[in-house]
Design a protein around this ligand. Structure first.
Ligand code: NI
Length: 177
């Protein structure tokens, strides 16, 4: 296993469409292990292969609060079967470090995908996992969350306040119970 370099917004590789995975060989297993290790090192909840410069339809995710490896998921060749309702939440991305924004996503999604052994699986997810699936699937199409934000990107300042990167004004965050 090895850490891979995460490419940042501005690199053309992030804007390309990824190709389907056909071979579930040792090389794929190495890539999957590297994606998981890199996601963990960077404290991400998801990481897609194009973010490390590999244009294949693979992403990994772990939405567990402490990132317990037992909750690692490997999603290959995902296809959406259903999308329902809407959620409006803050997103970030390892390819846009320190930047956040609100994105509307389906509240629930159902996907069909292959696991790392090539077995076909189905998954219905809501909340953070649904959002992560949509965000990472967008990476496979060359789309970044910043393309879809409602409002402007913001950063957090040292006091934990959200500051609009364009206007420098404080952003009012939506409070959930
Ligand atoms: Ni991302």
């Amino acid at each position: 296993m090895a850490l891979r370099k995460v490419f940042h917004d501005g690199d053309p590789v992030l804007r390309k469409k990824s190709r389907r995975v056909e071979k579930f060989d040792d090389r794929l297993q190495d890539l999957v292990d590297d994606l998981l290790e890199t996601m963990r090192e960077e404290n991400g909840v998801g990481l897609a292969a194009p973010q490390v410069g590999v244009l294949r339809r693979i992403f990994v995710m772990n939405v567990h609060e402490e990132g317990d490896p037992a909750h690692d998921m490997v999603i290959i060749n995902p296809e959406f079967l259903a999308q329902e309702a809407t959620q409006h939440e803050v997103e970030g991305c390892l390819s846009l470090p320190g930047l956040y924004g609100y994105v509307d996503r389906p509240a629930q999604v159902t996907i069909r995908y292959q696991d790392r052994t090539g077995q076909t699986q189905e998954l219905t997810a809501d909340g953070l996992m649904a959002r992560c699936i949509c965000h990472e699937s967008d990476h496979l199409e060359g789309i970044l969350f910043s393309d879809k934000i409602v409002g402007n990107l913001f950063r957090y300042n040292k006091d934990g306040k959200a500051i609009d990167v364009k206007t420098g004004e404080e952003v009012e965050l939506i409070q959930h119970d």
